[in-house]
Ligand binder design. Structure first.
Ligand code: ATP
Ligand code: MG
Ligand code: MG
Length: 431
């Protein structure tokens, strides 16, 4: 992909926009871009620099992304809506062509990394709720205020806010690790080795910082307990590269496979409720560490039918009107609304999956099921909106049902239990 029309080869120490942004390290990448930690020499702060591939198609897509990001930022001057802030944008010419660059506030790790920390066992349920609240706040803002559909909601596109005290965080401390114009080889090399020493080659900066702050050793058995005990997590939605408006859509081919809603698989019309389907998939994944629907990878009828079969095994038969209502319906379903290629469905409802496979208590399982199943309605119009989800008891039961003092006490005793559990485990490990 590092050829004409593709990615720009960025190196540590490279400067962008006439020396304003100096690259410190790599943060991530996607199909459209690479993303870098940059130092903004003008404002003395860290930023994330997204450098788009250069082909015409990517440039056009980046311009749409910028239009949407600007609208998103304009409507949220107080920075309360759980969406990433675009700070600047410009074009950069390189050997592979001209690349649109976007400058964002620097955020932490994505949710997939958080799921990995749990050894794919899922996060404590109160953690899941905290994260869900932020995702829903972001969606409510996009949907209700801006009529924007994200269309690519997945754990990789939701980033944690760094919760670390900046003075203790090597990456947020006020001096950049790589100084602008330090282009001679030896100073770059020494800065890179300082960076690597600080962050570790494999672990990203934010991950490392969070781990250090929580005293977590990678792969240790206490990861789960430590996550449970850490301060409030907050997150924001990123990657508006595929976003559109309800009244101006660019394509029918949206969403990443596992998070794709039935109306999109079937080629029916979609709207903001498509994001809610993805949200429910993410919520399940945070709680269990497993993908909710993991259909066979491929683009033939058989693969799509596999996905539809998984949905029906969990949620029951699709209403005939929905099943037969899409452009591709007849490729997948016969006139009775049965799948053409997959005859026997093994029904396993969500409630039972949570208890039998993921060892949830009956109560936790039924509460989560009551929250998720309506969001996974096959009829898009019947799904609750993000605003309605925020009012659901699963999300806001504790603040509503407890007096402030009681809530505090519950939190304290929970903290004490966690501490005791952690100590017991450490003693156990030492012995
Ligand atoms: P996709 O293939 O999902 O369309 P993309 O090329 O559009 O990806 P993004 O999803 O915007 O790119 O960014 C890629 C990755 O870079 C993210 O998953 C995240 O890990 C990292 N990243 C993006 N923005 C930021 C930011 N503001 N702060 C820190 N890391 C970021
Ligand atoms: Mg992405
Ligand atoms: Mg994208």
């Amino acid at each position: 992909d590092y050829r004409r029309g593709g990615y720009h080869a960025v190196r540590i120490g490279d400067a962008f926009k006439n020396g304003r942004y100096v690259v410190q390290s790599k943060l991530g990448w996607g199909h459209f871009s690479t993303v870098w930690l940059g130092w903004d020499t003008q404002k003395s702060r860290y930023v994330a620099l997204k450098v788009q591939k250069s082909a015409q198609h990517y440039t056009e897509s980046a311009m749409d992304e910028i239009t949407i990001l600007q609208q998103v930022a304009e409507g949220d001057p107080e920075d309360q809506k759980c969406v990433v802030k675009l700070l600047d944008h410009f074009k950069h010419s390189g050997p592979n062509g001209q690349h649109v660059c976007m400058v964002f506030e620097y955020l932490g790790d994505n949710l997939l990394t958080l799921i990995k920390y749990s050894d794919y066992r899922g996060l404590p349920i109160h953690r899941v709720k905290e994260i869900c609240i932020n995702i829903l706040q972001g969606l409510d803002y996009l949907h209700r205020q801006l009529s924007i559909i994200h269309t690519d909601l997945k754990p990789e596109n939701i980033l944690l806010l760094s919760v670390i005290d900046p003075s203790k965080d090597p990456i947020k401390s006020k001096t950049p690790l790589i100084l602008p114009n330090s282009r001679d080889k030896s100073s770059i090399e020494s800065a890179v080795s300082r960076l690597n020493a600080n962050m570790g080659r494999e672990t990203s900066a934010a991950k490392r910082a969070i781990l250090e702050r929580e005293g977590i050793k990678m792969g240790s058995r206490s990861t789960r307990q430590n996550l449970l005990a850490s301060a409030d997590l907050r997150c924001k939605l990123v990657d508006f590269g595929n976003a559109c408006w309800t009244h101006k859509q660019f394509t029918t081919d949206i969403q990443t496979r596992q998070y794709r809603c039935p109306e999109v698989v079937l080629g029916s019309k979609y709207s903001t409720s498509a994001d809610l389907w993805s949200f429910a998939c993410i919520c399940f994944e945070l709680a269990t560490g497993d993908v909710l629907f993991d259909p066979l990878n491929g683009d033939s009828d058989v693969h799509f039918q596999d996905h539809l079969a998984l949905m029906m095994e969990l949620l029951g038969m699709m209403p005939r009107k929905i099943a037969l209502g899409g452009r591709y319906s007849r490729d997948f379903f016969n006139k009775f609304g049965d799948l053409r290629h997959i005859r026997r469905l093994r029904f396993w409802p969500l409630n039972k999956v949570l208890v039998e496979k993921y060892k949830f208590s009956e109560r936790d399982a039924s509460e989560l099921t009551e929250f998720l199943v309506p969001i996974l309605d096959f009829v898009p119009e019947k799904r609750p909106t993000a605003a309605q989800c925020l009012l659901h008891p699963w999300i806001n039961r504790i603040p509503c049902s407890l007096e402030p003092n009681q809530a505090q006490e519950t939190q304290n005793s929970q903290k004490k239990r966690d501490k005791d559990e952690k100590e017991a485990m450490e003693i156990g490990m030492r012995n």
